[in-house]
Design a protein around this ligand. Sequence first.
Ligand SMILES: [Zn+2]
Ligand SMILES: [Zn+2]
Length: 374
Amino acid sequence: MGSPSAYSLRALETARECVILGARPRTIAHLTGLTPGYILRAVYCERYPAPIGRPQYSEDFFFKTTRRLQAEACFLATHYRRLTSEGFMQADALIAAFRHHRATQPDSTFGFDQAFFLISRLDGIWAATKSGLSFVECLNCRSPYLAPHGMAQRDSCPVCRTDWRLKSRARARVRASSPPAPPVDPPKSNRPRQDAPWQLDLDIAHVRLVGRLQQLGAGDKVLAVLAEEPRAKLFRAPRGRPTVTSAYLSRPMPLATWSAKTEVTHRVQYAVFASHFRRVVRLDLSLTEAMCAAFETTRRACRDYPKPVSFDRCFEVAALLDGIWGVTEKRLELLQCASCSSHYLVSKADSHPSGCPFCMLIRRHRILLPALAA
Ligand SMILES: [Zn+2]
Ligand SMILES: [Zn+2]
C-alpha cells in the first residue's frame, strides 16, 4: 500500500476534509482506512501540520466537561443522527455535523477528535467496539441528549442546564484551561508563500485522472503512460516494433498501408480527433489533458457512428502525429483537402495514400450512412 491509486477517491477526499477540521492521524485512519504511513507522508502538509499528541479517545471528557460543551456535543450528535437517517454515510454525516458546529459555535473548544469518538461510542463504530451512549429525551426542553446506556437521568439535560446568555467571561476561562481548537483556516499572510504542493491534493488529482481515463476506455498501459505512473518508465518496445508507443498497444497501426487498411469512417474520426488535439494543445493544456478533451469532443461529434474509434487508437494517432509518448519522429501529418478544405491525416510512410476521407465519405454516403440520405 502507499500508492494513491490503491485508495479510493472517497477515502482521499474524506481525509482532506478531516485534516482541515484538525483531525489527528488515528482519527483519519479510522474514518478512511488509509494507512498511518500514508497519512503522515501525504495527508498533512505545511499548511495543515499533524496535531501533536494522541487523541483523547474517552468519553470521560464528555461527562467531566462544562455543561455548555456537553450541550454542544449533544447538538452535534443530534445533527449527525438526522443526517444518517437521511441516508448520509457515517463519515460524511460526522464531517457535515462538525462543520455545522464550527459555523454555529466558532469559539467552541469541542474538537474533531472528540466529536469522532463521541459518535464512535454512539453508534459502536470506528474507534469503539460497541455502542455505549444513547439519546434520551429531556422531559423539560424536549431536546435529545446523550447518556450512557441505561443511565438515563431525566434531570441531567445539559441543554436546559446551560446558561446560554453566559458567554464571554466563562468561555474565556474554559478556553484558557483547555487546549485550543485546531485552526480551521490559518490566516493567509500577505507575503507570497512558496508552499510545497500538498501531496494529498496531487494524489486526489491522480486518482481523479485515473478514473477519467478508465471511463474513456483507456487500456492499462496507455493509462499508466498518461497518468505518469512510475511503472510506465519500465515499458519497452518489443523487438521489431519501431517505437515505444507501439509497445503500449497489442497491434500497432500499419503505417505503410495506413489509408488502405483503415476504414474511411475511422479515418474521419481520427482526423476529427487530431484537429481537436492540435487545437487543445495550443491552448497550453497538458498533453494528457489535451488527449482526454480531444477524445471526448470526438466521441460527441461522432456519436452516431456505428463503429467508434477507441481511446488507445486515438492515443496512438496523437503520439504519431506529434512525436510524443515514446515516438521519436512524427509519422502522421495533418493535410488540408484542396476540394473540401477539411484537415485529414496521412501516414508519411504510406506509398499510396488514398486522399481525403471526408470527400470519400460524401461520395459513399448512400452506403455508409443511409439514414442521412434523404
Ligand atoms: Zn432539557
Ligand atoms: Zn475533402
